[in-house]
Design a protein around this ligand. Sequence first.
Ligand code: DX5
Ligand code: ZN
Length: 217
Amino acid sequence: MNYLIAPSILAADFSNLERDISMVNESEADWFHLDVMDGVFVPNISFGVPVIKAINEKASKPLDVHLMIVNPGKYIEAFHSVGADILTIHYEASTHLHRDVQSIKNLDMQAGVALNPHTPINVLEDIIKDIDLVCLMSVNPGFGGQKFIENTYKKIAQLKELIHESGSRAKIEIDGGVGVQNASKLIETGADVLVAGSSVFGASDPLATISQLKHLA
Ligand code: DX5
Ligand code: ZN
């Protein structure tokens, strides 16, 4: 099975960020998942451009930046300038999604679109061929450590079909409540990227947990 693991820095120890970044660098993880929250689109504020700039100086793997902000189009250049490799914006937050996706791609970043748990897959019909990644939220965005929403499996299957029918090459990323208990089923259903926050950084041995996630039975 060929899939990617993206530890979410939201669950890292912010007073020991360099240590946690080094841990991910040395691990079998593939990407850094970085959650940007504005307190408007989601009811929480996390970190933004200067923190990502600092992370980029230490990180040796691609930065997968997940914007949970209103008006994401305004900030595409800013996140590009601090090293975002994959930039994901929310369907629900972008009025001109096609324009924003093109702006991301014009800067040579991979373009992702995230869907909230209640947003149906079919809204992606006319954009799926233009994007590199779909982030299916398997919790309501805003916080780490929440319970995985089981309806996500159905959405993965629907999305996989849409990707197949349209000839899109988009990856399916699952974000929220992912851990060793559900990772195998998610991959079997069709996930390509697993984001894991609290299940990695809350583990007694984060390196071993990443390895377990990377080598599912
Ligand atoms: C939630 C964020 C997630 C979060 C996942 O809004 O988008 O990336 O960090 O955290 P866990 O893995 O703890 O559910
Ligand atoms: Zn996220």
